[in-house]
Write a protein that binds this ligand. Structure first.
Ligand SMILES: [Zn+2]
Ligand SMILES: [Zn+2]
Length: 51
């Protein structure tokens, strides 16, 4: 096993894997990273708001 951590998005409510070299999965979370939102609206499948 190599050092391949499943790094998750730094957004508190996001479970998406981050892009390589980024703390966030998308520019959305990058902008909302400081916001402790309950719902993630990054738009990635499996991480959208449960409406
Ligand atoms: Zn997300
Ligand atoms: Zn994210």
């Amino acid at each position: 096993m190599a050092d391949h951590d499943d790094k998750k998005c730094a957004h508190a409510s996001c479970n998406c894997p981050v892009k390589d070299g980024s703390k966030y999965c998308s520019t959305f979370c990058e902008g909302e990273g400081d916001t402790t939102d309950i719902i993630c609206s990054c738009g990635h499948p499996g991480c959208s708001a449960t409406l």
